[in-house]
Every structure is written in structure tokens, then in C-alpha cells.
Design a protein. Structure first.
Length: 86
């Protein structure tokens, strides 16, 4: 749920959104670009096209996916401290 409108906007599989956010966050962490918590959390909370925060069920599903991503890929890491995750 975001503000995207038009023939090819507004409908994306949750798995595709998670895959995008996973890739973007991995790139930031692996490149040491953790200069701010917003940068790491952004792909999980904001549509990359319209820049509006996800709403309702999509927001909840993305938040749960973010927690799973951190637990699976960076357990015990300082990354958990970003955005109050740790």
C-alpha cells in the first residue's frame, strides 16, 4: 500500500519488495555505509518509487521481514541497534 498509481504501479509481490529491501540493505552494510539508521531501514519502510511509507498489512509484513533478515544474517551484530532493533 503506497501512493503509486498507473498501469504498472501500486501492485508488487511482497516477496519482490522483501528481495529489493534485502539486497539494498546488504549493499549498505557490506559497503560500511551505516551512517544513519534511516538509511538502513528505508528500503523496508518506504516505496522506492513514490517514497511514501508502506501502510497497513504491507508495513507489518515488511517490518517482520526486516526482523527476520537481521536475525538470519547478522545475529548478535551491531546492526541490530539501528532503529531500536536490539
Amino acid at each position: 500500500d503506497c501512493s503509486c498509481r498507473g498501469d504498472d504501479a501500486g501492485f508488487a509481490h511482497l516477496s519482490c519488495l522483501v528481495s529489493y529491501a534485502d539486497s539494498k540493505t546488504r549493499d549498505l552494510i557490506d559497503n560500511g555505509d551505516t551512517s544513519g539508521e534511516g538509511k538502513l531501514i528505508e528500503p523496508w519502510v518506504e516505496c522506492p518509487h513514490c517514497r511514501q511509507n508502506y501502510q497497513r498489512q504491507v508495513a507489518l509484513d515488511m517490518a517482520n521481514s526486516l526482523l527476520s533478515f537481521i536475525d538470519e544474517n547478522y545475529p548478535g551484530s551491531e546492526v541490530r541497534k539501528f532503529g531500536g532493533l536490539g
